[in-house]
Design a protein around this ligand. Sequence first.
Ligand SMILES: *[C@@H]1O[C@H](CO)[C@@H](O)[C@H](O)[C@H]1NC(C)=O
Ligand SMILES: *[C@@H]1O[C@H](CO)[C@@H](O)[C@H](O)[C@H]1NC(C)=O
Ligand SMILES: *[C@@H]1O[C@H](CO)[C@@H](O)[C@H](O)[C@H]1NC(C)=O
Ligand SMILES: *[C@@H]1O[C@H](CO)[C@@H](O)[C@H](O)[C@H]1NC(C)=O
Ligand SMILES: *[C@@H]1O[C@H](CO)[C@@H](O)[C@H](O)[C@H]1NC(C)=O
Ligand SMILES: *[C@@H]1O[C@H](CO)[C@@H](O)[C@H](O)[C@H]1NC(C)=O
Ligand SMILES: *[C@@H]1O[C@H](CO)[C@@H](O)[C@H](O)[C@H]1NC(C)=O
Ligand SMILES: *[C@@H]1O[C@H](CO)[C@@H](O)[C@H](O)[C@H]1NC(C)=O
Length: 453
Amino acid sequence: MLFKVINIITLCFISCCFALDIQVNDKDSICEAAKIVQEGMWNYYEGTNYGGTVGMFAPPNYWWNAGEAFGGLVDYFTYCEPTNNTLKDLIKEGMYHQAGENYNYIPSNQSMTEGNDDQGVWGMAIMEAVERNFTDPDSHSWLQMAQAIFNTMNARWDTDHCGGGLRWQIFTWNSGYDYKNSISNGCLFHIGARLARYTNNQTEYVAVAEKVWQWMEDVGFLTEEDNNNTRILDGAKINDDNNTCGKVTDLRWSYTYGVFMAGCAYLYDLTRNDTWLLRTEEIVDASLSYFFTDERIMQETTCQPHNLCNNDQRSFRSLFSRCLGLTVALIPDLKDKIEPYLQASAQGAAASCSGGTDLVTCGESWSLGTWDRVYGLGEQMNALEVMLALIAEEPISIETGGSNRTDYSAGTGTEDTENKNKINITGKDRAGAGVLTAIVLAIIVGGSVWMLF
Ligand SMILES: *[C@@H]1O[C@H](CO)[C@@H](O)[C@H](O)[C@H]1NC(C)=O
Ligand SMILES: *[C@@H]1O[C@H](CO)[C@@H](O)[C@H](O)[C@H]1NC(C)=O
Ligand SMILES: *[C@@H]1O[C@H](CO)[C@@H](O)[C@H](O)[C@H]1NC(C)=O
Ligand SMILES: *[C@@H]1O[C@H](CO)[C@@H](O)[C@H](O)[C@H]1NC(C)=O
Ligand SMILES: *[C@@H]1O[C@H](CO)[C@@H](O)[C@H](O)[C@H]1NC(C)=O
Ligand SMILES: *[C@@H]1O[C@H](CO)[C@@H](O)[C@H](O)[C@H]1NC(C)=O
Ligand SMILES: *[C@@H]1O[C@H](CO)[C@@H](O)[C@H](O)[C@H]1NC(C)=O
Ligand SMILES: *[C@@H]1O[C@H](CO)[C@@H](O)[C@H](O)[C@H]1NC(C)=O
């Protein structure tokens, strides 16, 4: 106890002088800061704890958050520590362990939580592995698993409600099965665009991406407008008695803009069709005007200014940042426009990483120049990815030396069994177990950081 008190007093004295500092034009400086930020992410990792599950992070983080985390970690490894085999193995084992029985990222024991968007976010992580030449597991290449994700998602395209689109949920028993949303469909669009570019095979992947885009416009989830006002809204419930959608939920999320923006950039890089360049630019403009403050600091505008972001929403800027970085890497002409926003945000993020007992725990607001006492895996991931976005490298493809272990029909047929899988845990049990685990983990994992409060 005495130790703790001293610790707190010490903290009060020195917290003024600690914070990450980055030189936004210097890769070494960015990697130094990113190293500390990603170390903070591993504090929440369960896979190296006794009895913990490989590939999972501590509650309240869900399975999908692990997908977010690993995508950023693959980039961190690639840009900053490419010779660290310990780090590589940790990332590789974590990602591979969650592939599920059919190597399609539908592990049967996540069927109480997994939606199309969750599988899609894992798909983005697996594509990161594909495009960064991250070492393949022996049994399946990352590419084959990404193809399985794409095929199982696309097989759920549902023309009987709202005239098309993916539902939010995969499983009938999860709430939100009667809702179609932009992020789920955005992930299918995004993964299709990336697979098309990586394989240079436009046959199905471009057609599916075009199908998604057209449907998004048809149902009014996506409206292309002038004056930085392109909108990508949250989604809508299905109407059961006819093939229409209900009223569109008028909420905008940064990661949804990100996945569509980068998807357009991949399609432009592949096809050189100006329509995709124009669409990329429209989403970039809308993003820069809605998701940044006047000081060019990134924020989750729909909830963050009111301190209303939930645990999921608090992590959205990680994927948004990654997508901004990919967009610049694919279309260097957009660098001058986007980079000042990334630089200001990365500096703000670094300054926010001055909390906790380690004095480098990152916060939610990047406008304060200091830590705002909000902390978690999401805050660490956001800060990591906005820094890495400044040094994002152009994704490789098969033509530029990437793995060619393809399987165009991977995962086909496995989606049929999804809703028939026997579930032997109920939602209630899972929630109960979650709370217990959270308490135990708060003590074990978060330990020193969490006990301050
Ligand atoms: C889920 O299944 C994996 C194997 O696929 C297993 O390692 C893990 O312990 C199971 N439980 C959880 C909560 O992930
Ligand atoms: C390699 O990564 C591991 C895991 O993140 C870390 O503990 C170790 O310090 C790293 N090695 C070096 C030389 O930085
Ligand atoms: C291109 O993709 C289609 C399916 O999307 C596949 O059937 C075909 O074999 C692929 N072509 C090549 C050359 O791999
Ligand atoms: C659109 O946003 C850009 C920043 O990307 C800004 O420079 C420009 O003035 C905005 N245009 C309008 C019409 O608001
Ligand atoms: C479709 O059904 C919903 C009620 O489920 C109704 O409100 C809507 O007006 C119907 N639309 C059309 C075009 O019939
Ligand atoms: C460019 O892409 C748009 C949107 O998919 C499509 O309608 C158009 O036909 C394409 N143009 C060419 C020249 O392929
Ligand atoms: C990808 O990694 C393999 C070895 O795993 C290597 O032979 C190949 O040259 C690498 N490709 C690129 C583009 O770095
Ligand atoms: C895949 O790449 C290997 C070398 O990495 C090459 O020998 C083989 O011919 C390629 N296969 C195809 C179908 O292009």
